[in-house]
Design a protein around this ligand. Structure first.
Ligand SMILES: [Zn+2]
Length: 403
């Protein structure tokens, strides 16, 4: 999928299809709603009559509706156009190695019901059966939300989106696993799957508005693992084999802790939630021996640190330092205009920011690269679930670039 770059839009001329013009109109309505036909015509740089024809078709298709009459001092009062997200919903799924989260949103990614979760089963058949049962239950409980247009799924691993396959999810030991079609079959709904870091980056790209929208950025999602999405020149980087951007598996230290991918010392093995918790308990990552404190979470650990637990604070600060050191390599390789970071650890940003920035500045090759802005995406915005929702909602707005 090539997302539209709203700031680079031009109205299509002869030879470009009507469908593309409809998509441009739809995307502009989404960005500027509520908007009058006259303003839409101005934004598209075309005649009002041509726009009215396009809008008529969009209304007929149920993509757009006319809302409240606007204020006009004289003459005919304009009616405003809105994206019609009524009576239609999307199910978003965030698969993490420990738990899987489910959220129902509207077509613009707004949360419509509370988030639910269940433990992730490693056996793919049992996982799909449980997932289908949970999704059916959520849709049944929320019947008033209307027709479900599809299910977006983010996966903690590398994905071939076209084939609908998980290539490798190290922390679930899923390899060459067909996931999209079994879920679609079980639910009878269209399903899109994507890597979690890439989905977050796509959703960010889709949601960013205006001419100042960044076209070179990196999105880090720190959870049970570390997902990375890279956008360059306004496009998500996938690479030849769908593994581009896997900085989580670039080593910080080849003699470091064992990573879920089988290698040692990967960045992920230093900064993931599981790595932070292992550090607190003085254990090797992946070590299941000894008393289990598996129920402790990173938010619990942050609460302990704020409550005066020095060991908890030290564990969090170490994660901050490793986060910054890895960011240094990433900034040297990609040189983005900014870095988004999502995940529970960001709720301790006031505690770790200085440490992260100092480590980044230490490794970055120039002072300006060392000062690359970092933007925190709070967990309460459910960035991974919004990324999953965008997989279904975005394609109707964002297809090929037309400029
Ligand atoms: Zn690894």
């Amino acid at each position: 999928m090539r997302p539209l770059q709203p700031h680079a839009l031009r109205v299509a001329t002869r030879g470009t299809s009507r469908e593309i013009n409809r998509r441009i109109a739809l995307n502009l309505i989404r960005l500027h709603q509520p908007i009058s036909r006259a303003d839409l015509a101005r934004l598209m740089g075309t005649r009002r009559g041509a726009v009215s024809l396009l809008v008529g078709e969009l209304i007929q298709r149920g993509a757009v509706f006319e809302g409240a009459t606007g204020e006009a001092t004289r003459g005919r009062k304009p009616t405003f156009l809105y994206i019609d997200s009524r009576k239609r919903c999307v199910v978003a799924i965030d698969i993490r190695p420990t738990r899987t989260f489910v959220l129902v949103t509207d077509l613009v990614g707004q949360q419509l019901a509370s988030v639910t979760s269940f433990p992730t089963e490693r056996d793919p058949k049992r996982f799909v059966a449980t997932l289908a049962k949970r999704v059916r239950a959520v849709l049944l409980e929320n019947k008033d939300l209307g027709r479900c247009l599809g299910v977006g799924v983010v996966v903690p691993g590398m994905v071939d989106t076209e084939a609908g396959k998980v290539l490798l999810a190290p922390n679930l030991a899923w390899r060459d696993l067909s996931l999209r079609d079994p879920i679609a079959k079980a639910l009878g709904l269209p399903v899109q799957i994507e890597n979690s870091g890439k989905a977050c980056a796509l959703a960010q790209l889709w949601a960013t508005r205006g001419a100042q929208a960044p076209s070179n950025f990196v999105y880090l999602t720190v959870s049970d693992g570390l997902g990375v999405g890279i956008v360059l020149g306004g496009e998500l980087v996938r690479g030849q084999h769908n593994i581009a951007g896997e900085f989580g598996h670039v080593p910080l230290n080849i003699d470091g802790p064992r990573c879920g991918c089988g290698a040692s010392g990967c960045w992920e093995a230093y900064v993931s939630n599981l790595a932070t918790l292992s550090r607190y308990f003085g254990r090797e990552l992946g070590d299941r021996s000894g008393p289990s404190n598996i129920s402790l979470t990173v938010p619990d650990l942050i609460a302990r640190a704020r409550g005066g637990d020095g060991k908890a604070l030290a564990a969090i600060l170490s994660t901050g330092r490793y986060l910054g050191l890895g960011l240094g390599s990433l900034v040297n390789a990609i040189d983005p205009s900014l870095v988004y970071i999502g995940g529970e650890i960001t709720t301790a940003w006031d505690l770790i920011e200085d440490t992260v920035r100092a480590a980044l500045a230490e490794r970055a090759l120039t002072p300006s690269a060392g000062a690359t802005p970092i933007v925190i995406v709070p967990p309460e915005q459910y960035p991974r679930l919004r990324g999953a929702a965008a997989l279904v909602a975005a394609p109707s707005f964002a297809k090929e670039v037309v400029a």
